[in-house]
Design a protein around this ligand. Structure first.
Ligand code: GLY
Length: 358
């Protein structure tokens, strides 16, 4: 699979499109959105921008979409300044960095994932090995680590000094009923903005969906998960249908933000199914967010902190959607303002997320 795709579909000329020599079902959705050619496209969370800049040229040249999506997210997995992914990710409540990752190939409709894996720098590559070298979809914990080592991934310490200090600060400030004392002087990292995130700011992740030159879809999601989580907690990122999903006939989607909301809504699957019904990715994503708001309101009966005082969800969640014709969107409930995209019209860039407001 690490090769260029066989016989990629030739891109359509302006003359072919405008002259009506192309079958109508392919052309109609492009005209509706004003997009002339469904060229190679990447869509994902804004922290994927650096990776897109690096990997997008390979997609333009015809590389397999899963090769490219994985190259995009590997940049953040190796970046110690991104506290939501891989090296430098914030640890669980015991101070251990525990990673979740999955990938999916739409053409073969196969997936692979690892969850609660420790000391492996690139869980996205291990997820792909699960897909390609086993008959399974998900391997967790020690088994995932041993599997990665068997395939040559080195043992790597992922807890950086900065992440350790943020975690320690969290431990020291979370309760006034234990014996840990907050230091009198402000730690250096707080002066530089690396402060302990609040409860609903502790979700971060990277997702990338890719559409190749030949029209094939693939996606991957990778994360260090909820910061300071209960050891063993697994979020949406390695769960097919929740943190990511793609189907060659319908589209690709993935999520960042509160994983429990993506799991409870089966959110990425829902996005893809709505695109299958003909909805534009933006409308599909917003409809899934509306569903999540209703679900959160029902759950607030036993967990009131899920909602703000005005009855709107206190957490944030995003979906990134891409359909087989190259139409895309990023949608959000709270949280960040931007998502990353790369296509032939504008290259790699960030755009505004479509926001669902109260
Ligand atoms: N979305 C990442 C997580 O909740 O683990």
């Amino acid at each position: 699979m690490n090769t260029n795709e066989p016989a990629p579909r030739p891109s359509l000329s302006r003359r072919e499109l405008l002259g009506g020599t192309v079958a109508l079902p392919l052309v109609a959705p492009m005209i509706r959105t004003g997009k002339r050619t469904p060229g190679p496209t990447l869509v994902g969370s804004s922290n994927g921008l650096d990776g897109m800049r690096k990997a997008y040229p390979a997609l333009l040249e015809g590389s397999h979409p899963l090769d490219v999506a994985i190259e995009v997210v590997k940049v953040q997995e190796a970046d110690p300044t991104d506290h939501s992914v891989g090296l430098g990710g914030l640890p669980n409540e015991d101070g251990v960095v525990s990673l979740d990752s999955a990938c999916m190939d739409a053409e073969t409709h196969n997936s692979g994932a690892v969850a609660a894996i420790e000391n492996i720098l690139h869980p996205c590559e291990v997820a792909r090995l699960v897909m390609e070298r086993t008959d399974h979809c998900l391997i967790v914990g020690k088994g995932a680590y041993e599997f990665a080592r068997m395939h040559g991934h080195p043992h790597t310490e992922l807890l950086t000094e900065e992440a350790r200090r943020i975690w320690l600060r969290w431990k020291e400030t979370m309760s006034d009923r234990d014996d840990r004392l907050v230091p009198a002087t402000r730690p250096e990292e707080e002066k530089h903005g690396a402060i302990v995130p609040s409860r609903f700011e502790r979700h971060g992740t990277i997702h990338c969906s890719a559409l190749s030159k030949g029209g094939k879809l693939a996606c991957t999601t990778t994360t260090s998960g909820l910061a300071f989580k209960i050891p063993g907690r697994v979020g949406d990122s390695p769960i097919v249908g929740a943190g990511l999903y793609c189907d060659q006939e319908a589209g690709s989607a993935g999520s960042t933000g509160r994983g429990e909301a993506a799991i409870l809504s089966n959110g990425s699957f829902a996005c893809v199914e709505m695109m299958r019904s003909g909805m534009h990715p933006k409308d599909a994503g917003i409809e899934v967010l509306r569903r999540i708001v209703r679900q959160a309101r029902r759950a607030a009966g036993w967990q009131p902190s899920l909602l703000r005082e005005d009855g709107w969800p206190a957490f944030s969640i995003q979906f990134y959607l891409l359909d087989p014709t190259g139409r895309y969107a990023g949608v959000t409930l709270g949280g960040p303002a931007k998502f990353a995209v790369a296509d032939p019209e504008g290259g790699p860039r960030v755009e505004d997320l479509e926001r669902l407001e109260p």
